[in-house]
Design a binder for this molecule. Sequence first.
Ligand code: GCO
Ligand code: MG
Length: 403
Amino acid sequence: MIIETAEVVVTSPGRTFVTLRITTDEGLVGLGDATLNGRELAVASYLGDHVAPLLIGRDAHAVEDTWQFLHRGAYWRRGPVTMTAIAAVDVALWDLVAQRAGLPLYQLLGGASRRGLLAYGHAGGRELPELSEAIHRRLAEGFRAIRVQSGVPGIAALYGVTDPGTAYEPARRTARPVEEQWDSRAYLRHLPGVLEAVRHEFGPALPLLHDVHHRLTPIEAARFGRSLEPYDLFWLEDCTPAENQEALRLVRSHTVTPLAIGEVLNSVHDYRTLIGEQLVDFIRSSPTHTGGITALRRILDLAALHQIRSGMHGPTDVSPVGMAAALHLGLAIHNFGIQEYMPHAAVTADVFETSFTFAEGLLHPGERPGLGVRLDLAAAEKYPYQPAYLPVNRLPDGTVHDW
Ligand code: GCO
Ligand code: MG
């Protein structure tokens, strides 16, 4: 099966997605997600200018060789742009190989290890009644695990919280990034009470998650994790900036709240200390930002040796193609933990037609051969690229802080 064309499709149905579309001499079409939120065109250029020409004429079955060729052959390794580009190629090739075999991709990855993937949904509210309503809404939609984000008195706009009735989308279509404020002391004072109230209202069984979004120092995170122990979180996510693996030693030595990290990491090397020293409980990487299924599977196999489980990133900036890749991998591996599921805007379905399903709290990739996603090129053209930026954070005195 020889690769004939490799084309990069940039389209903005609801938000921007970058997709690699590979065709073969047998007429099959394989798709890979190359969406890097707020820096989309850098990956489109990496793929279109430097990678696509190298793919023409290669054997589409050579998934491992192509991965190594692009990774080692670039000389400049790792980094979000490189690894997202390689991921798109890897996932598109897996899609082709599975279609050629006439099987849903998970069957090639070892077959189903479970009936479906436990998914968590997002609930955010500026104040408690709003938050409680948002949780009830998610439960009514079928979610059986909920990520809880709350407003904080004195902080005007906050990660994960939006006006009621409007869908949360962190990237905004503005010419420059929106600026938000952050105050760790106000957050640390307020959040334990919120999680206590939610646990009290929804009972002991509901898995609750919370995302700190990289904002605390190690000692603050340690104290925070300890203060949340009575509310039995499923996980505390990104409590400190992920690139400092050693910081988790301090957090870990003070709290038994389970920790999840890694949505911004992109290589197995970013996980060596985290996994080797058992400093986390869940791996947040998605195939899209971590070199694809080939590379993430290696990370997760290493994690399995330490009883660390998957908790793949599934925000709207992972495209329907990237989401399908996550679901096939998650269904097949033994150490699956939970899958984030932030449904895309309805308009996204004009361009991407998917086979995955969500019922009774569980996601399933479906039984179509390959990934099970189709991209409508004519529809994609109707949604031309629209720039959008993630927000920037500032402390009360104006200092830039991690967003
Ligand atoms: C999460 C996230 C995201 C990110 C977004 C950045 O889902 O846990 O932290 O919503 O902010 O993916 O591109
Ligand atoms: Mg997160």
